[in-house]
Design a protein around this ligand. Structure first.
Ligand code: ATP
Length: 513
């Protein structure tokens, strides 16, 4: 655990030191769970967003994008169920005065049981080697069966209690399991209460005429209210999707994990409208497609897993998370939800407008079903950034810090470095920059010895360093150094564009899907 904590601390400090993420309004000591993206962070974030947009919108003929406003008519949130049901169950510890999400405390406990079962499996695997039959072991080993059954029983009971608003039972469960405050060990808990996560605000000048609004807690509703506009003007035929990226706001109860859980964050969502009855087929399709998108970035298959929801949200008939192995363990990165016709029907009822699709084959109108994919951009950032940060020991025994970002996402694709600050080398380096900057984000660096400059670019995650030396003056060649292998090749200046492009283009990476 200590090692994990250290890794996470490193991630947070590296993000600050290298201009990726700063605490919001830091000169006033920051604002809890709000962060600013710095000069490199903004580029990485933009590249992740574009990678998603390319894969989801531009590579699909039947998916289009929109950019709806953050402020929406307040009835939207009544119809969507957020006013009545967008709550988290919170519990306070009376001794430490710390506040927790009751469901998260219970889920963490259940996850520990899962880990215990996993340990037994690993031990047996090591003992029996090739002869080991994992499925049989999971089904028959008394300890594993017991851990798994207990885990299931706890999660099912919690789901039932939350669904029926039986908050006394949620507390009873915490007490029966003897769950303690993770920070202090105290078991002196208050009752469990519901807490609405929406931020309220007002529209209008005078207090009397002002209208109560909410900052949107998800981007999805901006898509639903525009369903008819997009379908008609885009002449969209079912099945089709509407995508958008943008800010969402949630007054999170516990926000202690850097950009994993923020109060202001960005989502990348796509609502896919399908014929009723076909939603399960599309739900499976999008689960697979989205996982493949994640895998295309090469962060390691073992770092992803699906988690099927026990407790379904009020709008869903099936839901799964793609979880990622963050520095603090496996947690939700993306949600894939089969939302039925809940949202469109609710907006029909509240607005009095028809939100239906006319099927020319059957000559019938129907309210489409929806399958949603929803990923947090900031969580994607954290997944990519934390997974890429490595301390490496080199052959000569020295160490280097390297940010092995997928090069398609790296903020800067190449740094151009004159070996020395004289003899016309800086001018030549600038000429190379002038040429490359039309296609890539590139940077110039002449300060310090070249070895130190390489290290600085490694820590920034720049995939290529291009060094201009005296030979360049003679034969128009440079050395190009690869961040990950540290290999250096001598190449012609005229070849640089192709070499970089082959490595960093979205096509190269998305073709792996
Ligand atoms: P959690 O259970 O972690 O609170 P959620 O199930 O409420 O998440 P959704 O409503 O499904 O999340 O939102 C879709 C995605 O938006 C999530 O998978 C996550 O990546 C992102 N997200 C949600 N809340 C936050 C937040 N507070 N900060 C950053 N990203 C968030």
């Amino acid at each position: 655990m200590a090692k994990q904590d250290d890794l996470f601390k490193n991630v947070v400090s590296h993000a600050k030191e290298y201009g990726y993420i700063f605490p919001s309004s830091e000169i006033y000591d920051g604002l809890s769970a709000v962060y600013d993206y710095a000069q490199n962070g903004v580029e990485l974030k933009k590249n992740i967003r574009e990678y998603w947009w390319k894969a989801m919108v531009q590579m699909h003929e039947n998916i289009v994008g929109i950019d709806a406003a953050i402020l929406m008519h307040p009835t939207t949130w009544k119809a969507s169920g957020h006013v009545d049901a967008f709550n988290d169950p919170l519990i306070d510890n009376k001794d430490s005065k710390k506040r927790y999400r009751a469901d998260v405390l219970i889920e963490d406990y259940a996850e520990k049981l899962n880990q215990k079962a996993q340990k037994e499996i690993e031990k047996a695997k090591a003992r029996y080697g090739d002869a080991f039959n994992e499925q049989e072991f999971i089904a028959t080993n008394a300890r594993v069966v017991e851990y798994k059954a207990k885990q299931r029983e706890i999660l099912e009971r919690m789901a039932r209690s939350l669904e029926t608003e039986n908050l006394e039972d949620v507390k009873a469960l915490i007490e029966e399991l003897e769950i303690a405050d993770p920070e202090t060990g105290s078991r002196n808990w208050t009752d469990v209460k519901q807490f609405n996560l929406m931020f309220g605000t007002k529209l209008g000048a005078s207090a009397e005429s002002a209208m109560d609004l909410y900052l949107r807690p998800e981007t999805a509703q901006g898509i639903f209210v525009n369903f008819q506009n997009v379908q008609k003007t885009g002449r969209m035929k079912i099945p089709f999707g509407i995508a958008q990226t943008g800010k969402a706001f949630r007054n999170e109860i516990v926000a202690r994990q850097f950009i994993f859980r923020m109060r202001e964050f960005e989502q990348m969502e796509m609502q896919f409208f399908v014929k009723p009855g076909e939603e399960m087929k599309w739900y499976e399709y999008w689960k697979t497609t989205r996982l493949n998108w994640h895998l295309s970035l090469g962060l390691g298959q073992e770092n992803y897993r699906f988690h099927d929801h026990e407790k379904l949200a009020h709008y869903a008939n099936a839901a799964a998370d793609i979880e990622f192995n963050f520095p603090f363990g496996f947690k939700e990165l993306e949600g894939i939800h089969s939302r039925t016709d809940f949202d469109l029907k609710a907006h029909e009822q509240h607005s009095g407008r028809k939100l239906q699709y006319f099927d020319t084959e059957t000559n019938q109108n129907y309210v489409p079903y929806v399958v949603e994919t929803s990923v947090g951009l900031d969580r994607m950032f954290l997944a990519v950034f934390s997974n890429s940060l490595k301390e490496e020991t080199l052959e000569d025994g020295s160490t280097r810090t390297v940010l092995r970002l997928p090069s398609v996402l790296a903020p800067t694709k190449a740094a151009v470095l004159p070996l020395v600050k004289k003899d016309g080398l800086p001018e030549l380096a600038q000429e190379i920059i002038e040429d490359l900057k039309w296609d890539f984000n590139v940077t110039y660096d002449e300060k310090d010895a070249v070895g130190r400059r390489y290290r600085r670019q490694d820590a920034l995650g720049t995939p290529f360093c291009i060094t201009v030396d005296h030979q360049t003056l003679e034969d128009k060649t440079v050395t190009i150094r690869h961040r990950d292998s540290m290999k250096q090749d001598r190449v012609k200046i005229s070849e640089l564009k192709d070499i970089i492009n082959r490595e960093v283009s979205m096509k190269t990476w998305l073709m792996k899907m």
